[in-house]
Write a protein that binds this ligand. Structure first.
Ligand code: ZN
Length: 292
């Protein structure tokens, strides 16, 4: 990280009068899994489709130091399985990571499999505060019957779930507003956080948030030059973005982003929705949701 980066990010939140940032969508995972993710980004494979240089490709302790230098007070360790038999192991890693990283919200995940109920109950018992579900990489139906006890428990406990269910950067069989809309009809109180603002189906996911008061959206990669080039946010939706300002949460995809962290913040500021909106999105909404 260039030292100037940290100073500029700090100036951003200090100028808003905030005590720091809360970033609900950052990735920490076991080294060998992260290495595979990075290799995939390097290959610009079919789920990605274009060059994606990772800005913060550092050792774990250095990545943590970078987030702290930015003044990120709380963050997550988003991890997710791409196949069965992997989630329980990821969850045990994430529990350990959270126990040695007090500013990380204990994160967990799942996959539709027989064992899912057991390890999700266990993660919740151990204090998981947020879950991650990735319908693009996992390629599963959120309405799979094997997940019924999982959604039931998460609805009952009110634990938020960051869910990648939009069809960006590439569609998969169960991405898009349809499967998630059906899930919310069955479990209307789920506190879903739609990752990436539902990119590129922004309007459909704003509709969903309009229908379901427990649905939030995270800003991860949305509004940046990188995303605007291929999946521009429709300007006509800015009033709805303002209106839903108490349910939009800062997320960034740190460290796997092809631009500096500051750009994600500037991309929010240039929407011109005002300082109150920025304060809510960059800190206050997540502080309320996670009781921080
Ligand atoms: Zn992500």
């Amino acid at each position: 990280m260039a030292p100037a980066d940290g100073e500029q990010v700090k100036k951003f939140w200090a100028d808003l009068g905030l005590p720091g940032l809360i970033d609900v969508h950052t990735h920490f995972m076991p080294d060998r899994v992260l290495a595979k993710v990075w290799a995939y980004f390097d290959s610009a494979g079919p789920l990605i489709g274009r060059p994606w240089p990772i800005t913060y490709r550092d050792e774990e302790d250095e990545r943590l130091a970078t987030l702290r230098a930015f003044g990120v007070r709380s963050f997550t360790s988003m991890l997710y399985p791409h196949k069965p038999g992997m989630a329980a192991w990821l969850n045990s890693w994430a529990a350990q990571f959270a126990s040695r990283t007090p500013d990380c919200l204990h994160t967990a995940t799942f996959f539709p499999e027989q064992d899912a109920k057991r390890y999700v109950y266990e993660a919740v018992d151990k204090g998981a505060r947020v879950f991650k579900s990735h319908l693009q990489v996992g390629a599963y139906d959120p309405n799979d019957a094997l997940l019924d006890p999982v959604w039931g428990l998460l609805a009952e406990t009110g634990i938020p779930i960051v869910i990648h269910c939009g069809s960006g950067p590439a569609p998969a069989r169960y991405t898009g507003p349809g499967p998630i809309g059906r899930l919310l009809v069955r479990h209307p109180s789920l506190r879903l956080i739609i990752a990436h603002m539902g990119m590129p189906e922004y309007s459909d996911f704003l509709d969903l948030a309009g229908r379901h008061p427990t649905v939030h959206l995270d800003t991860t990669m949305a509004f940046t030059d990188f995303s605007e080039a291929t999946a521009p946010f429709p300007r006509a939706e800015l009033p709805r973005l303002a209106h839903l300002g108490d349910r939009i949460l800062l997320g960034t995809d740190f460290p796997n982003i092809p631009y500096p962290y500051l750009h994600a913040l500037e991309a929010l500021a240039r929407l011109d929705l005002g300082d109150d909106w920025l304060r809510a999105v960059c800190h206050d909404n997540a502080a309320r949701l996670f009781a921080l």
